[in-house]
Write a protein that binds this ligand. Structure first.
Ligand code: PMP
Length: 268
């Protein structure tokens, strides 16, 4: 990374993380759609056309011999002498693609046990729907969670409602209904979240897209988070209070299985 890369100096860039399952990219089209949207919102050009980028992703996965894991891509506004306005004339956006293997047994084990979450104030900017590399509030919230022995932090807005996790979308289940905050500019519209919305419709489950408070979450029957890395991950405690008796519940288990079946179909 160049010292005058604008991603490094200004967090002037965006990223995507895509799951690799059985050597294939899961929901690649949706991830590339979101990458293009993030770039458009920040007026950064695509570093190469979509077909070429798709080819690069596959090559990085193949050359690193990744069967299960993640591919990370980052696009910044490029390298230019440090100055706040966009470089003029425009420079070539900088692309970094990496892939890493993850032992699939790790996620399975974590899902069997479930994770603990803490809560922290959501003090991010107002455009968190853009997947920028500016993640300092998320980093601090997650570190705070870790210091409290938890695996994720749920961010809470000024009204006491949970927006999302530091790197996941947040869900609760009450009386058979799945509740997650509506996707506006206040959360990242997770690809896994979108897929779960489709999966639960196919499973005949009820969805409520609306804000929910920390108090409501603590009284939920089940809770979980979604992301490309965690897929569907049961939450078994919130700020030390047990959810569903402190064990992963039946609906979350069912959804995780249904999601896996979907991603096996969607991996191309
Ligand atoms: N919210 C935030 C803040 C995230 O960083 C992520 C992970 N990139 C998500 C939600 C989940 O998004 P996805 O399902 O696309 O991984």
């Amino acid at each position: 990374m160049h010292v005058e890369d604008r991603g490094y100096q200004f967090s002037d860039g965006v990223y995507e993380v895509c799951e690799i399952h059985q050597g294939r990219l899961v929901d690649e089209t949706r991830h590339l759609d979101r990458l293009e949207r993030s770039l458009r919102e920040l007026k950064i050009r695509m570093p190469m056309d979509r077909k070429a980028l798709s080819h690069v992703l596959r090559e990085v996965v193949r050359r690193n011999r990744v069967r299960h894991g993640l591919v990370y891509m980052q696009v910044t506004r490029g390298v230019s002498r440090r100055d706040h306005p966009f470089p003029s004339p425009e420079v070539q956006p900088a692309l970094v693609v990496t892939a890493k293997s993850i032992d699939p047994a790790k996620g399975v084990k974590m899902a069997e046990k479930g994770i603990a979450v803490t809560t922290a104030p959501d003090n991010r900017w107002e455009r968190v729907d853009i997947k920028t590399v500016g993640l300092l509030p998320n980093v601090l919230a997650r570190q705070d969670a870790q210091e409290k022995g938890a695996q994720e932090a749920w961010l809470v807005d000024a009204d006491g409602n949970v927006t999302e996790g530091s790197s996941t979308n947040a869900w609760i289940i009450k009386d058979g209904a799945l509740i997650t905050r509506h996707a506006d500019r206040g959360i990242l519209r997770g690809i896994t979240r979108t897929v779960v919305v489709e999966v639960l419709a196919a499973e005949g489950l009820r969805l409520e897209e609306r804000p929910f408070s920390v108090e409501e979450a603590k009284k939920a029957d089940e809770a979980f988070v979604t992301s490309a890395t965690k897929i569907v991950m049961p939450v078994v405690s919130i700020d030390g209070q047990a959810i569903g008796g402190g064990r992963p519940g039946p609906l979350v288990k069912r959804l995780r299985g249904a999601f896996r079946r979907h991603s096996e179909l969607a991996a191309a």
